[in-house]
Design a binder for this molecule. Structure first.
Ligand code: SAM
Length: 284
């Protein structure tokens, strides 16, 4: 099968050396990273992703507004953590396809020496990882093809150890990823296994789907995602707050993502159009 996306890329011909020819890119089925890319207006998606996105939007008419609000939450958290909390190291798990601005561009604009490790388990994100490796000379970025379900493998990887100093605080971001894990206890265990080895002053920034703001739409959306082979779980506020249980939530706590340190664009959004909670907490 030719694996071409809208931009005319043949994935096999552009795949960097580090992508094994045995990796099956499965462009014939919808994938969360590519659906997200499509809804955000990107080009790295395939007919199956676009068909699925069309189904999701029938249930979730404000999906693109919500996804954009989520992406902008990532941008604001990175900026605030770099500018106001002095964070210089970032571990972004569930990075997604490169979308301007990427996290390292935000952090390095504030502090060029910032170091960022990106992690995703989608081979198509891996193919595009070069766009994430455009660090400033003073800083550094690395990409790791790995799974959130293996926190020890991430923390012990060569790429991470060569990039981050784990004796210094790290901001971990889990942005729009834990809603693909149905079991709350599994999510909690993974968060704890990532955060416990990190030093005091480390931070967790997390966003995840909720039905609190638009219950009918989001419950229908969950069913549409599942029907397309993508398990998606909406969570209420107290469940999301519990994920930060061993940490101190920074102001304003867990809120719909557009309420977290809003800029003008975020402040103008309607709550019913945003299906994501977000929060940032600091390890004492
Ligand atoms: C909806 S996208 C979010 C992208 C980005 N964090 C953002 O919010 O703009 C979710 C990403 O998480 C990745 N992902 C899902 N489950 C994962 C897992 N278990 N381990 C690593 N990455 C995962 C997907 O491949 C996808 O790129």
């Amino acid at each position: 099968m030719t694996e071409r996306d809208d931009a005319g890329w043949d994935y096999r011909s552009v795949a960097p050396d580090w992508v094994s020819p045995d990796v099956d890119l499965r462009t014939d089925v919808a994938h969360s990273a590519r659906v997200y890319d499509y809804v955000l207006g990107g080009k790295d998606n395939f007919p199956a992703d676009r068909a699925a996105a069309g189904e999701f939007v029938k249930s979730l008419p404000n999906l693109s507004t919500s996804m954009r609000a989520n992406r902008n939450f990532m941008v604001r958290t990175a900026r605030v953590l770099a500018a106001k909390h002095g964070i210089r190291q970032f571990l972004d798990i569930g990075t997604g396809l490169p979308t301007a601005p990427n996290l390292h561009e935000v952090a390095q604009k504030v502090a060029p020496e910032s170091r960022i490790v990106y992690v995703d388990n989608d081979p198509i994100v891996l193919v595009h990882a070069r766009a994430l490796l455009t660090s400033t000379p003073e800083g550094r970025t690395a990409y790791l093809d790995a799974d959130l379900h293996n926190p020890e493998g991430i923390l012990e990887s060569e790429q991470l150890r060569e990039t981050l100093d784990l004796s210094q605080p790290v901001a971990v971001s889990l942005i729009a990823i834990v809603h693909f894990i149905a079991d709350d206890t599994v999510v909690q265990d993974l968060i704890d296994r990532i955060m416990r080895p990190l030093p005091a002053g480390s931070v967790l920034a997390l966003s995840t789907t909720t039905a609190d703001s638009a219950p009918e739409e989001v419950h229908a959306g969950e069913a549409a995602y599942k029907a397309n082979g993508i398990p998606l779980i909406a969570r209420d506020k107290s469940t999301v707050e519990r994920f930060f249980h061993e940490m101190e939530l920074l102001d304003p706590g867990v809120v719909l993502v557009h309420h977290w340190h809003p800029d003008d664009e975020a402040a103008a959004l309607d709550d019913a159009h945003v299906y994501m909670y977000g929060g940032v907490a600091r390890k004492p």
